[in-house]
Write a protein that binds this ligand. Structure first.
Ligand code: HEC
Ligand code: HEC
Ligand code: HEC
Ligand code: HEC
Length: 208
């Protein structure tokens, strides 16, 4: 009985010891230090990113920081304000009087017309910015926020890295392509295409 009591005492003594022997450091502190983000010991994929313009992704507080390649350098008609220097209603009225002046080739093939029109994503006055369904403005470089309103599954997958494409390599910083880099917002379906074929073969030979 006495021996059992002694054993219990020894156990209690060693279990409740808070400091790591010989170090004088709290065990919890050591664990914290070991699990703090170590910026991959200084490894960076910056050299493979070729200086790509980017913005910090917004709206994913649970995710580690990541970046989205900027769209504005790629949008031919940006800045829109060059022509949209007055409210859209005036511009459209002028076109009704004098004939359509711009965006002839642009048609929507996305959601049904009773769900979506130009103004579902574009504002009236500040054309350089997009708008949410609630009328809040969204910078063109953060257009994923506009898409994510309806495509909530895809934007979750995208933020987690299961949909879309990461640029550069696997080392930080993580830079990904925006939705609009792959999907034309006005006709987003990915068109089917023939498999890549060997040089010098014709479609005929492939389908024969
Ligand atoms: C070269 C001049 C020009 C530029 C640049 C331009 N627009 Fe326009 N846009 C117009 C004109 C003019 C209209 C009025 C309708 C028309 O004549 O087609 C218009 C109309 C629109 C409309 C309304 C279409 C409709 O049928 O109701 C949208 C939306 C729009 N523009 C978006 C943009 C966005 C977004 C950009 C920038 C990325 C942009 N535009 C850049 C000239 C321009
Ligand atoms: C689902 C949202 C959405 C709808 C609906 C939409 N747009 Fe856009 N539009 C965008 C986004 C996002 C961009 C920027 C694309 C990019 O990053 O390349 C854009 C770009 C543009 C541009 C610039 C294109 C270029 O490459 O220069 C014009 C012009 C434009 N939109 C006009 C319109 C017009 C006119 C309509 C209605 C017929 C319309 N959009 C409907 C989301 C939308
Ligand atoms: C207001 C809601 C809404 C917004 C905003 C929106 N979409 Fe869509 N999108 C839809 C609906 C609805 C469909 C389904 C259309 C169908 O099946 O006929 C669709 C279809 C698609 C498809 C599949 C097309 C196909 O036929 O395979 C893609 C890709 C897509 N959207 C991308 C985008 C991108 C990129 C953006 C942002 C620029 C965006 N969507 C913004 C509602 C939206
Ligand atoms: C690297 C290119 C790329 C990026 C970036 C990208 N997608 Fe896609 N997306 C695709 C491809 C490829 C498909 C599959 C098309 C198919 O199977 O026909 C697809 C399919 C879709 C579809 C159709 C339904 C489905 O899941 O198959 C939707 C909706 C969609 N994407 C929305 C988005 C949205 C929203 C974003 C941004 C948050 C985004 N995509 C970013 C390439 C991309």
């Amino acid at each position: 009985m006495n021996r059992l009591f002694l054993l219990l005492l020894i156990c209690l003594g060693s279990c409740s010891r808070k400091e790591v022997p010989g170090h004088g450091q709290h065990l919890l502190e050591l664990i914290k230090e070991a699990t703090e983000p170590n910026s991959n010991a200084g490894v960076t994929g910056e050299q493979f990113l070729d200086g790509v313009e980017r913005v910090k992704a917004k709206g994913f507080p649970q995710m580690p920081e990541f970046f989205v390649a900027s769209r504005t350098p790629k949008i031919e008609r940006f800045p829109c304000g060059r022509c949209h220097d007055q409210p859209l209603s005036k511009l459209v009225q002028r076109s009704a009087d004098e004939g359509k002046k711009a965006h002839w080739s642009l048609t929507l093939q996305h959601a049904p017309a009773n769900t979506m029109a130009c103004k579902t994503c574009h504002g009236e006055d500040k054309m350089d910015e997009l708008v949410t369904l609630n009328g809040a403005t969204v910078n063109m470089n953060h257009s994923y926020q506009v898409c994510g309103q309806c495509h909530s599954k895809q934007i979750k997958d995208w933020a987690g890295g299961a949909h879309g494409k990461r640029l550069g390599g696997w080392a930080p910083p993580r830079v990904v392509n925006n939705c609009a880099a792959c999907h034309n917002p006005h006709r987003p379906a990915v068109e089917s295409r023939l498999p890549a074929r060997k040089e010098n073969t014709t479609v005929d030979e492939v389908t024969r």
